[in-house]
Write a protein that binds this ligand. Structure first.
Ligand SMILES: Cc1ncc(COP(=O)(O)O)c(C=O)c1O
Length: 443
């Protein structure tokens, strides 16, 4: 399988997997796409999914990566990556939620980051030591750190802004040790991102140091996200449902929902894709007006979806051959205010006794408003957003019978354990020389 940029419409420049994965973004600024979409054997997927997520994922991964990696190595990577559950939970008649938060960092990013960690380890074998440099505002850093932890031949440097990540997020990034090297930068997230970019632009430094990034648009993070859609579809069918489900996805950068669209292009039945957005409603607006108007993001309580210029717009259009009519016949979008999201967190608890993080709550709202029949995705564990859950319960106390959220919100064992461990990190200024010295001396 080769890969092309979404902007290379004439398909003039093909890239091997290793090049596409190490570059992340194509040189023309586009996103990588596989040269063709493999078609699946749905009966086989349903049977494999019923017995083992790992076996299903190995089969699906082999359709893309089978020529780039021996079967036994791919199987080992998938098995190591997916040692956690991915249940489709029935909340009420016709309301189902796919829980994607049972991995080590309690968010859906584990599905992409752990697969990518294993694959990059394999692809960099025989090369000099590889350094993965990643800037984070909180969540990505912990997923990448956990995904690449103990991958031989790979060092990970995670840059996060001092005082601007939650204590939980900091604990997740700074307690792993080994090949994970957290850097606490005296600056903001944009400074962290600019520092990483500056290293990539420093040709002299890169001559001596083998560096790559691991951001969410990377083809090795994006493709494995399509696998859980097959599992959800198979689980939904196994519950006795027929036909094609509606699939509702809380969306920000639109990587997750486009991975679902990839699954559909591979042959998985889907009636509608429904995007749930917070106040950053660029895509719902686009679906209504036909005008794509990227703009600065606004801050919301579902902050991982605070994206004003979703990168995966290009992948979405590519999957629908730039045909707006075809897209809108298959996709809808809804957007919600902070108050609506908090009210939904309380409402879902009172109706179903089920705790939702703010992102999943957006999924639930869009599921209900679109009168969906299928499932929505829950992308993070509620405990990761304890303060917002607390505010949601306080502000809607009549809905939850006056109960306070700390009576019902339990910190999962892994998060509680990370909070207790010693945090090891290095503080640097917002200074390229300090960063490069750190990489040169430690990686
Ligand atoms: C918890 C959570 N939910 C939803 C999203 C949105 O996913 P996407 O950016 O792929 O649309 C993110 C993105 O980081 C997230 O962290």
């Amino acid at each position: 399988m080769r890969y092309f940029s979404t902007r290379d419409t004439k398909r003039e420049k093909a890239y091997a997997l290793k090049d596409a994965a190490f570059m992340g973004l194509a040189p023309d600024g586009g996103l990588f796409m596989p040269e063709y979409i493999p078609q699946v054997d749905l009966d086989k997927v349903a049977a494999l999914s019923a017995s083992s997520y790992r076996e299903m994922a190995t089969y699906l991964a082999s359709l893309f990566f089978g020529d780039d990696i021996p079967a036994d190595r791919l199987e080992a990577i998938v098995s190591k990556a997916y040692d956690f559950e991915c249940p489709l939970v029935n909340l009420a008649s016709g309301v189902n939620v796919l829980e994607l938060f049972h991995g080590p960092t309690y968010a859906f990013k584990d599905f992409g980051a752990r697969f990518m960690g294993g694959m990059l380890g394999y692809l960099s074998e025989g090369s000099e030591k590889l350094t993965v440099l990643t800037a984070t505002s909180g969540d990505t850093g912990s997923a990448v750190a956990a995904g690449f932890h103990n991958v031989p031949g790979v060092e990970v440097v995670v840059l996060y802004p001092q005082g601007k990540v939650s204590p939980l997020q900091q604990a997740q990034m700074t307690t792993l040790g080994g090949n994970i090297r957290p850097l606490c930068v005296r600056g903001c997230f944009d400074d962290c991102q600019a520092l990483v970019k500056a290293v990539f632009n420093d040709v002299d430094f890169r001559r001596d140091h083998y560096v790559t990034s691991a951001n969410s648009i990377n083809i090795l993070r994006w493709i494995p996200q399509s696998f859980y859609y097959f599992h959800a579809w198979a689980s939904w069918k196994a519950m006795g449902n027929d036909g094609a489900p509606d699939i509702v996805v809380p969306s920000g950068n639109y990587g997750n929902i486009t991975a679902g669209m990839l699954a559909a292009a591979m042959g998985m039945p889907v009636r509608r894709f429904i995007a749930g957005a917070n106040a950053n409603d660029v895509i719902p607006e686009f679906l209504h007006t036909g005008v794509y108007r990227p703009r600065p993001s606004v801050q919301t309580v579902a902050n991982a979806m605070d994206v004003g210029a979703p990168s995966n717009y290009e992948r979405m259009m590519c999957l629908y051959d730039d045909d707006f009519q075809r897209l809108v016949s298959n996709m809808e979008g809804y957007s919600y205010s902070d108050d609506q999201i908090k009210k939904a967190i309380a409402g879902i608890y009172s109706r179903h006794g089920y705790l939702s993080d703010p992102h999943a709550a957006v999924g639930y709202l869009a599921y209900m408003d679109s009168k969906a029949d299928g499932f929505y995705l829950a992308t993070a564990h509620a405990a990761k957003f304890g303060e917002i859950i607390a505010a949601a319960f306080d502000e809607n106390s009549s809905l939850v019978g006056g109960i306070s959220s700390d009576k019902v919100l339990v910190l999962p064992e892994g998060l509680a354990a990370a909070m207790q461990k010693e945090k090891v990190y290095t503080v640097i200024d917002n200074d390229l020389e300090q960063l490069e010295t750190f990489v040169a001396e430690n990686c």
